[in-house]
Design a protein around this ligand. Structure first.
Ligand SMILES: Cc1cc2nc3c(=O)[nH]c(=O)nc-3n(C[C@H](O)[C@H](O)[C@H](O)COP(=O)(O)OP(=O)(O)OC[C@H]3O[C@@H](n4cnc5c(N)ncnc54)[C@H](O)[C@@H]3O)c2cc1C
Length: 384
């Protein structure tokens, strides 16, 4: 196997590296959306996002007409590697760029693409994903938030509740999954609406998590009148749009190993000589396993193989590694690992076993669809 990148990707690396060295505001290094967000930090990250967009580096794989470079997945990975090297924050709109934009590109009208994509790319609008509800997470087809088409056909009236809406407190727009046909089978009666979060009747209640941070919210919809042109894709055909969105969420896991391995390297550097070497070595190996699985995913993408259930394996490894980093930090640093960066890491790591599809559901998918094992019950048609 040859893990070297082709010359064109290496030429792009040199260009990206030189640009980042020259333009990155070093005081922003290390910031991410996991930090406590306030308007001032959001504005600084937005300014950085615009600088990236002006250089054509906010979403290199997007088509040129919407501000990308029409580049391949390899260039995307190379840029992510160079950004990680300098701990540079990514664009302000990670969910929008990585998950929602590909769905708009695939299912949106020309008017929707022109209206939403350029502003998303520059971070002018922040997007959130309103899929999960109190009774619909793994079993996403159970969504109950209703979108009733007004008799005039000019609008939908939306009522219901979403939860775990990342970036909800700061979002301008939402990709919202609603039930538009209550009489159809669960997967056939849902639609996707692109909803302006400033519409009357929308209430965002920020949720503070165990990390103490404010990345989440609940969102309540009461008689919200959403214009009919908010519909993305076919009416009652929202399941395929939602699945396309989540397929991109899975593919996004392919560069997560960069941040993970940086933190492992930091722990190896911080660990005192008395720390258990075997635990640390095992952790390093897990980080390398994640890198190799990521390379396999990137290689498949380069050969035009669509993201399949193997993404669940990578997601499983990611949650394992996140958990192992927290545990190893506790063992190596003792009480010092209960505060500061490592304290945050240890409580946040639990979220990796839930976000984007839980560990249990992923194991079902891997058992049934990757290993072909017999399962007692059919693998659920879940978000993974
Ligand atoms: C960091 C983070 C960010 C998130 N961001 C968003 C977001 O932006 N937008 C959004 O819509 N949602 C978001 N979510 C929600 C996330 O998608 C859901 O939490 C997840 O899909 C699980 O759903 P649930 O919480 O309802 O748990 P449930 O589905 O109720 O699961 C509860 C438990 O039952 C287990 N379980 C469920 N079904 C099965 C099964 N068939 N077989 C075996 N075990 C099963 C699960 O593994 C879990 O342990 C986010 C979550 C996290 C942690």
């Amino acid at each position: 196997m040859d893990f070297r990148y082709p010359p064109a990707a290496e030429a792009f690396r040199a260009e990206a590296r030189a640009w980042l060295e020259a333009h990155l505001d070093r005081s922003l290094a290390g910031f991410s959306l996991r930090d406590e967000l306030d308007e001032a930090l959001v504005e600084r990250l937005r300014a950085w996002n615009r600088t990236l967009a002006d250089a054509g580096l906010a979403a290199v794989a997007w088509p040129v007409e919407y501000g990308g470079r029409g580049a391949s997945v390899l260039e995307e990975v190379v840029l992510a590697e160079e950004m990680a090297r300098l701990d540079a924050p990514g664009p302000l709109n990670p969910i929008g760029l990585a998950n929602i934009a590909p769905a708009i590109l695939q299912f949106g009208s020309d008017a929707q693409k022109r209206r939403f994509l350029p502003r998303m790319l520059r971070g002018d609008d922040i997007w959130c994903q309103g899929f999960s509800e109190p009774g619909a997470g793994s079993d996403l087809a159970s969504v109950r938030t209703r979108g009733v088409r007004a008799p005039s056909g000019e609008s939908f009236v939306v009522d219901g509740q979403k939860v775990w809406t990342t970036l909800g407190p700061f979002a301008d727009w939402c990709e919202l999954l609603v039930r538009t046909d209550p009489d159809a089978p669960p997967h056939k009666g849902v639609s996707i609406l692109l909803v302006d979060m400033k519409l009357p009747g929308i209430e965002v209640r920020p949720l503070r998590t165990i990390t103490g941070r404010n990345e989440f919210s609940e969102v309540f919809f009461t008689d919200v009148s959403v214009p009919a042109d908010a519909l993305l894709g076919p009416l009652h055909g929202g399941w395929q749009v939602a699945m396309a969105t989540l397929a991109h969420e899975r593919a996004g896991v392919a560069t997560l190993h960069l941040g993970v391995r940086t933190r492992i390297a930091r722990l190896l550097a911080d660990a005192p000589a008395r720390a258990d070497r075997r635990t640390l070595a095992r952790l390093w190996v897990l980080g390398e396993l994640m890198r190799i699985q990521s390379q396999r995913a990137v290689s498949a993408a380069c050969h035009g193989v669509p993201a399949g259930p193997e993404g669940s394996l990578l997601k499983l490894t990611w949650s394992l590694v996140e958990d192992a980093i927290g545990e190893a930090a506790g063992g190596a640093l003792g009480a010092d690992a209960n505060a500061g960066e490592w304290g945050l890491e240890r409580v946040w790591s639990r979220a990796a076993a839930i976000a984007g599809g839980t560990t249990q559901v992923n194991k079902n998918v891997v058992a049934a669809r990757v290993l072909g094992l017999p399962v007692g019950r059919p693998a659920p048609a879940t978000r993974r």
